[in-house]
Design a binder for this molecule. Structure first.
Ligand code: CUA
Length: 314
């Protein structure tokens, strides 16, 4: 569960794992240092005048303090910080190196498409963003109905997602690892539960992963999974969800072709385990208030088989 802890190092601007996040972190620490220096100077002067040398100050001396400490010093320090800050500020729209990822904000999950350079059709996925380390990837953003905001604090700044409009943020991960992304704009009842795992991978690992992600879902591996697939198809799950290579071609909800390989379930709601899959299917509305997917009242065996089937879709 540590992967999901709100304040863990995997979702921290101060634990940068990408070029843009490093700039933001440097900016933060430098601005903080500047603020601390100014705070110490102002309060030091106050302490000096009230405790070390109390009493009236010569008029000329007082004027020097006012003009020097009240105008010149802040103007010089703040101008220097502003000029330097603007020069360091990352440009979120810097062009990428080829790969484009399209993300659509839904209530409350992420529709994800990978468009490798020159591809005619995308690799469709959901609720997880994987990026190659050392390459700048353009992430094109839009939304279904309401405004969301795309944010992977460990990799860069945030960018709003608007219905009917495209925005873009490009990210350059520098350190492989799993980080946490979070919707950063209030978008309804389950806004806080709209998260995802962001996985930065070495380029060769990423290419292998993308090839696997592009493939159809694996056939059920054993009898229980076979029964689980029958439950999936007979209960109408395929009206909303796609499992490529089966009759399930729904587009309303997340593509589940490789759902078992994801780090999280329910868009960052819980970790991907058999128990959590069962809990999710049976209590969706409790785990994610106002979610479109209803809770399913299945028999114990049906629920276990269905969870087993989905968990096997690696
Ligand atoms: Cu989507 Cu908040």
């Amino acid at each position: 569960m540590t992967a999901l802890a709100g304040c863990g190092r995997e979702q921290s601007t101060l634990n940068p794992a990408g070029y843009d996040a490093s700039s933001i972190s440097l900016l933060f620490w430098t601005m903080l240092s500047g603020a601390v220096v100014l705070w110490l100077l102002v309060n030091g002067a106050f302490y000096y005048m009230s405790n070390v040398r109390p009493g009236a100050v010569a008029k000329r001396y007082a004027r020097h303090i006012l003009i020097g400490g009240g105008i010149i010093l802040p103007v010089v320090v703040l101008t220097a910080l502003l000029a330097w800050g603007l020069s360091v500020l990352p440009d979120p729209r810097r062009p990428g190196d080829g790969l484009v990822v399209r993300v659509t904000g839904e209530q409350w999950w992420w529709r994800v498409e990978y468009w490798p350079e020159g591809a005619d059709t995308p690799v469709v996925s959901a609720n997880e963003i994987r990026l190659p380390v050392g390459q700048r990837t353009e992430i094109h953003l839009t939304s279904d109905k309401v405004i969301h905001s795309f944010w992977i604090p460990a990799l860069g700044g945030k960018m709003d997602m608007f219905p009917g409009r495209d925005t873009m943020i490009s990210l350059l991960p520098e350190r492989a690892g799993t980080y946490r992304g979070q919707c950063a704009e209030f978008c309804g009842a389950s806004h806080a539960w709209m998260a995802f795992a962001a996985v930065a991978m070495e380029p060769a690992d990423f290419d292998a992963w993308l090839e696997a992600e592009a493939a159809d879902a694996v056939a059920p591996l054993d009898e229980a999974a076979q029964r689980g697939q029958e439950v999936f198809l007979s209960k109408g799950c395929g009206a909303c969800h796609a499992v490529r290579g089966t009759q399930a071609v729904g587009l309303v909800g997340p593509d589940l072709s490789h759902v078992g390989s994801r780090k999280t379930l329910g868009a960052g709601r819980t970790g991907m385990t058999l128990e959590n899959l069962e809990a999710w299917i049976a209590h969706t509305e409790d785990l994610k208030p106002e979610v479109k997917m209803p809770s399913y009242d299945l028999s114990g065996t049906d629920l276990a088989d269905l969870a087993h089937y989905l968990n096997g879709l690696k």
